[in-house]
Design a protein around this ligand. Structure first.
Ligand code: SF4
Length: 348
């Protein structure tokens, strides 16, 4: 079967194919794929070789914690995105899926922020807000009547999302609020939905049913799986006998969510105390949305007493962690006053 592709007749729709190429998870794009009667076997055709290579490049970039910014024309983007979903599903490594989902969300975040800031066509901006926030997440976001750079979202919708952020700037008390709405700029509006965009991509992969794989993808998937299993194996198996507070911190980062500074300090000091090498500790933060290897390395070395004041920092006490809402005690924590004791107890 060949693909019947061609630009949709967008008639009165101000969103063109080049706009939709940036958001391949939209309902319109799924509908487009359905209309083309695309068969996965099409990936065996020679003209799809480059699409598969690009999909692999995108997954490798994102799995290593970098944003993939190249944008192709619409039809290619659609089939590149679809190929990434199939490949990530077939590789079957949870941490790769999480990383991929997060960086796909951040990629869309980048394009959407630019579109909301630069687009002069009011109708197009409103339609983007509708297609992304209303159609996908059932949230109404409106452009402020007095200042088109600002967007308003209901307080309840804001709190549902911002409560997961730890930075002071997201606290309601630090926001501009009026008549039941919170006012945000384009960056903040889109950032508010990063987790949901990530979850949307994650669910797309999880819900995919793959019966047979085209030969052209099979070999590539095997190569990538071998490469990535080696790299991600450690994190998949090493979490088991840590204290609950440490496990929780690793899980939060595994989901690509932000970890408060105090939890990051707890994690690093704990890992240093049980003798993990700095290199390994640095890579534990790799999933953090704001991960920067150079800065993380400096901070871990600082806590290890290798930099700055040359003071080696101790693991915070359970009391301190409880006060900071970082304690997730289980029965095995009984009698422990510092997480480091949990580690000793479990290793006996
Ligand atoms: S009791 Fe201590 S070791 Fe256990 S979860 Fe709480 S802080 Fe961690």
């Amino acid at each position: 079967m060949s693909i019947r592709i061609g630009p949709k007749d967008w008639a009165d729709d101000p969103l063109q194919n080049e706009d939709l190429a940036k958001y391949p998870f939209l309902n319109d794009v799924s509908e487009y794929i359905r209309q083309t009667h695309f068969d996965f076997e099409e990936y065996n055709r020679p003209e799809f070789k480059d699409i598969i290579e690009t999909a692999i490049e995108r997954i490798e970039t994102e799995a290593s914690g970098r944003l993939y910014e190249k944008l192709d024309r619409f039809q290619r983007e659609v089939f590149i995105f679809l190929a990434t979903l199939i490949i990530v599903k077939s590789i079957g490594i949870e941490s790769v899926l999480r990383k991929y989902s997060l960086f796909e969300a951040m990629r869309a975040e980048k394009f959407l922020t630019e579109d909301l800031k630069r687009e002069r066509n009011e109708q197009k901006r409103r339609l983007l807000l509708f297609k992304i926030f209303k159609e996908l997440f059932n949230v109404d976001i409106d452009i402020d009547a007095d200042d088109e750079r600002l967007f308003k979202v209901k307080i309840t919708d804001y709190l549902k999302r911002a409560s997961h952020f730890h930075e002071q700037e997201w606290k309601l008390i630090n926001r501009m609020v009026n008549k039941g709405y919170v006012y945000l700029d384009a960056d903040e509006t889109v950032r508010l939905f990063r987790n949901e965009l990530g979850a949307l991509v994650y669910d797309k992969v999880k819900m995919m049913q793959l019966l047979t794989l085209p030969e052209a993808l099979k070999t590539k998937i095997e190569e990538l799986r071998t490469k990535m299993t080696h790299r991600y194996e450690y994190r998949a198996t090493a979490v088991t006998d840590y204290p609950p507070c440490v496990k929780h911190a690793l899980e939060v980062m595994g989901r690509g969510e932000n970890l408060p500074h105090s939890a990051r300090v707890m994690l690093a000091t704990y890992m240093l105390a049980i003798g993990k090498p700095v290199d390994e500790i640095v890579m534990m933060y790799e999933n953090a949305p704001d991960f920067n290897e150079k800065i993380t390395r400096y901070q871990v070395e600082h806590l290890a007493g290798m930099k700055g004041s040359r003071t080696k920092y101790s693991v915070p006490s359970c009391d301190k962690l409880r006060n900071e809402n970082l304690c997730f005690a289980t029965a095995e924590c009984d009698g422990i006053i510092n997480p480091i004791q949990f580690g000793r107890k479990m290793r006996k």
